[in-house]
Design a protein around this ligand. Structure first.
Ligand code: SF4
Ligand code: SF4
Length: 436
């Protein structure tokens, strides 16, 4: 087995307190709220009206362009209305409110269901598209687009991303332990779809049971290898994984296909497996509920659209005394003010923190620690100075849009300068100005 490690980045306390908790099926909610925008790209176009009855898995929103994805009802019920709903990132969008009327009655899939070994590449792309599959590692980029690279960029390597390098989160870990076979079948399907000759299953070494599960599944399969990665953050970022495993640098502004690679998160692959073999679109996902404000850290399989408050209460979250509630991990997640928001496709975990750091900020010491930590060789201190001075052209030249917002620079800064917040602000400002 290959053993590799990332050179830069950081190693925050892992805090994987829910790692041994098996995935529990979360009970059917009474109501779901399904936003039409849960992915990168244009929001889906609604296909349903008020009072319309819908089945579980029925398409209720159509992809509105090449970079878009459809959305499906996660329950059997009646549409109460179409309303503006709040998303975890603070934005709002149109969503369907669906009242559950009974047990699941499944809609027929809008793609072919047959022996997966006979699926053509175009059929796999059709399944990924029709089933609303998007990257569940956080980027929520439509998978059908990702597996359709331009012809001039052939893919030779597929990397299954099981690194889950964010502290606290364990949803991918549990999926790998409990569903390694299904994840591998979907990975093989993708490898054939893009015509890659090699495949790697990349897992950090703080998940030895997941490594073992895949070693058992692979057992002599040609073209595939399990790679054990020394635990390091943000190793699970696509560009970091490609550098560590293939020793290739994705160019600034480039994508993995530019260097012949396709990276897919294990949750995405499990969703693809369910779509290809069972005809079920992306209507549920594993969500870790954890943090020092949670009595029973858990991993739940939750229907998309379930109210986050119900999920938190099921894990015994002490919401009254919570200092901070974060959707996602502590490094890249977003802090929310209300928990009355739906679980969406990107919700890998919800953290409830009873104690949250609010450190005093001091002037820059020019110590260079942020420069050493940055996995993308950006000079964060200089980039932030350009942003603070509103020198947007220089900020762009210095890698503003190359930054993946991993937060390593902020994490190591002895002056507690919120560098990544400044970078997010800089991106927002430049995008707003360019949109005008
Ligand atoms: S500049 Fe961006 S990519 Fe580099 S460490 Fe900071 S947040 Fe991460
Ligand atoms: S780590 Fe903080 S104090 Fe050190 S150079 Fe970077 S911004 Fe300045």
């Amino acid at each position: 087995m290959l053993k590799l490690r990332m050179k830069r980045g950081v190693h925050p306390p892992e805090q994987k307190i829910s790692a041994s908790k098996a995935i529990q099926e979360f009970p059917l909610p009474k109501q779901v709220v399904i936003p039409f925008s849960q992915h990168t790209g244009k929001p889906a176009t609604p296909l349903v009206k008020k009072r319309q009855e819908v089945k579980t898995g029925e398409k209720i929103g159509e992809a509105a362009g090449f970079i878009s994805a459809p959305v499906h009802s996660s329950v059997t019920g009646k549409v109460k209305g179409l309303e503006t709903v709040l998303l975890p990132n603070g934005n709002s969008t149109l969503g369907a409110i669906i009242e559950v009327t009974g047990e699941d009655e499944f809609a027929d899939p809008t793609w072919p269901i047959k022996d997966v070994s006979t699926l053509t590449p175009d059929e796999v792309r059709q399944i990924a598209r029709e089933a609303g599959i998007v990257g569940l590692g956080g980027a929520v980029f439509p998978t059908s687009v990702k597996i359709s690279p331009p012809r001039e960029y052939p893919i030779d390597s597929v990397i299954v991303n099981g690194s889950e390098c964010e502290p606290y989160l364990t949803s991918d870990h549990r999926l790998m332990v409990e569903h390694a076979e299904e994840i591998f079948q979907a990975a093989e399907l993708l490898r054939n779809t893009v015509g890659a000759s090699r495949g790697y299953i990349a897992i950090e070494d703080n998940k030895p049971d997941a490594i073992e599960a895949f070693q058992k599944v692979l057992n002599g399969v040609k073209g595939w290898e399990v790679v054990s990665l020394k635990t390091r953050y943000p190793q699970g970022a696509e560009k970091s994984l490609i550098k560590v495993i293939l020793n290739r640098e994705v160019p600034m502004g480039g994508l993995p296909f530019h260097v012949g690679a396709l990276v897919q998160n294990v949750g995405t692959l499990f969703a693809l497996y369910e779509a290809a073999t069972r005809g079920i679109p992306l209507i549920r996902r594993v969500v870790t509920v954890t943090g020092d404000g949670v009595n029973e850290p858990s991993n739940f399989m939750v229907r998309i659209g379930t109210n986050a408050r119900e999920v938190l209460e099921a894990a015994g979250a002490d919401l009254e005394n919570a200092e901070k509630i974060i959707f996602g991990g502590p490094m890249m997640g977003v802090s929310v003010k209300s928990v009355d928001i739906p679980v969406i496709k990107s919700t890998s975990g919800i953290l409830v923190m009873r104690t949250a750091r609010k450190p005093k900020v001091y002037p820059c010491l020019y110590c260079g620690k942020c420069v050493v930590a940055c996995p993308l060789h950006i000079t964060p201190t200089r980039l932030v100075k350009y942003i603070q001075a509103e020198m947007w052209d220089q900020a762009k030249e210095f890698g503003l849009f190359n930054c993946m917002e991993c937060g390593c620079c902020s994490y190591v800064c002895p002056s507690n300068i919120p560098l990544v917040h400044w970078i997010r602000y800089g991106k927002f400002m430049v995008r707003s100005m360019e949109a005008k």
